[in-house]
Design a protein around this ligand. Structure first.
Ligand SMILES: [Zn+2]
Length: 646
């Protein structure tokens, strides 16, 4: 009401100020009446009562608040108690847990359950993180690790294991090899091994891969992708030492690999070019000529050297030098590989035998009456080779359009199979070859076998160099003594490997003694290992990197290798003879096709049924064309009975 009146008064005052004279008199006559009804006012009594009520309320709140204080205290105590109790329980649990932990650990150790699934994956990833693997340069995918530090690590290990080598020069063999892995993957692998490990150089474990490129086997690829690796190698070669644990260790480098790779790295033209020998400037037309003395191709002016290759590759008159060598390796330390020597030369020999057999078959077929079976001698040859325990077959090469051509192809054999062939085939050759020249061919085979056994002997020494020159020389002479009589023994058929065998291998024996320690067998096994990684363990996205990783892990974990299971061969007879018989039979079963001719000259060995497993017996029954009821349920005795009856 007051504020209302104040408002009204100020309005009147304002109006009064703004008027004068008569108008002000008019204003004087105006009256404002404010009416207040009884019910619109409040009595003092009522207000007093309200205040009292509020005071009471406050009193009540104060009392309640005191109660709350007590309540809070009570709750707090209860909570404290509860917490203590829980704490006790946790310590109890911890104790129990410890026991459980120990129990689990004991179990794991007992059952070798440790490291499964995720944990294994995790430790692999962690281990991978510790390696420094670099992507190689160039357009093709590839991976490499530092050559210098890996080499240092390996030398350190070698010196720890054989302290007697402390002051000697460590021999390092670098190997390069191209390996076709699958239709789309072609690996070029650079690896190294320490030669002082002697016989274990054959083991892939001591062959450490340092770089892998997934690309075509070409000079340009190598140069672009591995520039870093080659720089490291060349630095070490020129320095001649490496610091291991603060001491300088003397180094001597060698380079090995198959001929194609060696020629490529050293910048020489391919093996089919005019001057295709890596070590000398011999023309391919002179390769047959073994009348030159041993020193002729191993001394100036025929012998190549590094400086000369570097100079020649820039000129026109280059004797096959087409590129700058990628590794500054003196040619005396570039070693031909005995394994590839064996493979390539036996390939040639086998090709010649097959050609001769084909010719004989064609001739006999032509002169005989109709109805004669074609290719008697060829199928006999295949049978003879199979009988040696080698899976082998010959087929017509397919043309691009899928039709058969007249060109024959045959199974490419592994090193171990070639050795078997060298030992077993010569004595059987008389069954398939022309009788008049058979003896010479046999001699070629056996002589090469003896030669190979000699050069792959670990106890071979420098003094044998002269003998090892005379023998291959007369062997090559024997080889082309058949020229003009049989095709395949002509002068151009003397391959670079045969020339190497006569002139350069004796040279290397003279220089370095035993030749076998340079073998590439470890490298080949390494390639197989890479293949295994590619197909079984990698997602193929970056196969080169996966392979390098796997090998690094294997090197680091080498002391944790799984022990080989022990097996005692109880039945000596079985392991010496019977097993090979059984395998031969199995192989014969696979190879035999319906159109092969039965031949009585080769005795089919007696099958000892008791040695066969139930599965083998069932297969035998099926092969014999028997279809007894419930074959899958018959017992071994019943099965053998059936076969004997048949
Ligand atoms: Zn040569």
């Amino acid at each position: 009401m007051n504020s209302y009146l104040r408002k009204k008064a100020s309005m009147a005052k304002q109006a009064f100020k703004q008027t004068t004279g008569r108008k002000r008199q008019q204003l004087d006559n105006k009256v404002y009446k404010l009416t207040v009804r009884r019910m619109e006012t409040e009595s003092v009594d009522a207000l007093m009562a309200e205040v009292e009520r509020c005071q009471n309320e406050v009193q009540e709140w104060k009392r309640k608040y005191a109660d709350l204080e007590i309540e809070k205290e009570k709750f707090y105590d209860e909570m404290k108690n509860e917490i203590n109790k829980l704490g006790e329980e946790i310590t109890d649990l911890k104790h129990v847990n410890k026991d459980l932990d120990a129990y689990v650990e004991a179990l794991e150790q007992k059952e070798t359950l440790k490291c499964k699934g995720k944990t294994l994956n995790q430790s692999r990833t962690n281990l991978n993180k510790t390696y420094h693997i670099e992507k190689t340069a160039g357009e093709y995918p590839g991976a490499s690790i530092s050559f210098t530090s890996t080499l240092r690590e390996h030398i350190k290990e070698l010196l720890e294991n054989s302290p007697e080598l402390k002051d000697s020069t460590i021999q390092v063999k670098l190997s390069g090899d191209g390996a076709r892995m699958s239709r789309t993957t072609n690996f070029m692998i650079m690896s190294f091994s320490l030669l002082q490990l002697n016989e274990s150089v054959m083991s892939p474990k001591h062959n450490r891969t340092v770089a892998i490129i997934n690309g075509p086997e070409k000079y340009a690829t190598l140069k672009a992708s591995l520039s870093h690796f080659f720089r490291e190698v060349n630095e070490l070669i020129s320095k001649g030492t490496i610091t291991v644990d603060g001491r300088d260790v003397q180094l001597q480098f060698f380079l090995g690999g198959d001929m194609k790779f060696l020629l490529m790295i050293m910048g020489i033209n391919s093996a089919t070019a005019d001057n295709a020998c890596l070590w000398c400037k011999i023309h391919k037309d002179d390769r047959w000529d073994t009348s030159r003395p041993f020193s002729h191709y191993n001394e100036d002016p025929q012998w190549r050297n590094l400086e000369e290759i570097k100079k020649m590759c820039r000129s026109k008159d280059n004797f096959g030098c087409i590129n700058e060598p990628l590794i500054n390796m003196p040619l005396t330390n570039v070693i031909p590989d005995e394994l590839h020597l064996l493979l390539r030369i036996t390939d040639k020999l086998l090709q010649n035998v097959i050609d001769e057999v084909l010719e004989r078959d064609a001739e006999e077929y032509f002169s005989k009456t109709m109805g004669q079976t074609k290719g008697i001698h060829l199928s006999k040859l295949v049978k003879v080779i199979n009988y040696l325990g080698i899976s082998f077959s010959i087929w017509n090469k397919k043309n691009v359009d899928g039709s058969e051509s007249q060109v024959k192809e045959f199974t490419s054999l592994l090193g171990s199979q070639k050795k078997k062939l060298l030992n077993g085939l010569p004595s059987k050759l008389s069954e398939v070859l022309y009788p008049d020249t058979c003896e010479t061919v046999q001699q070629i085979w056996t002589d090469f076998g003896t030669l190979y056994n000699q050069i792959s002997d670990f106890s071979f020494c420098k003094t044998a160099a002269n003998a090892i020159f005379v023998q291959p020389k007369s062997w090559v002479e024997l080889f082309f003594s058949l020229k003009g009589i049989r095709p395949g023994y002509t002068r151009p058929r003397v391959t670079p490997y045969m020339h190497t065998l006569v002139y350069h291998i004796p040279f290397f024996v003279k220089m370095h003694g035993c030749f076998k320690k340079f073998t590439g067998q470890g490298v080949e096994k390494n390639n197989d290992e890479a293949k295994r990684v590619l197909f079984n363990k990698s997602n193929k996205w970056d196969a080169a990197k996966d392979t390098v990783y796997t090998e690094s892990r294997q090197w680091d974990l080498k002391h944790h290798e799984r022990m080989k299971g022990q097996y005692t061969k109880r039945k000596v007879e079985y392991w010496n003879t019977e097993i090979s018989e059984i395998r031969k039979q199995k192989r014969a079963c696979c190879v035999d096709s319906p159109d092969t001719i039965e031949d009585d000259d080769i005795p089919t060995p007696e099958v000892n049924l008791t040695n066969l497993s139930v599965k083998q017996l069932r297969e035998l029954i099926k092969e014999k064309g028997l279809r007894p009821k419930g074959l899958s349920k018959l017992k071994k005795m019943e099965l053998t009975g059936l076969i004997e009856k048949a």
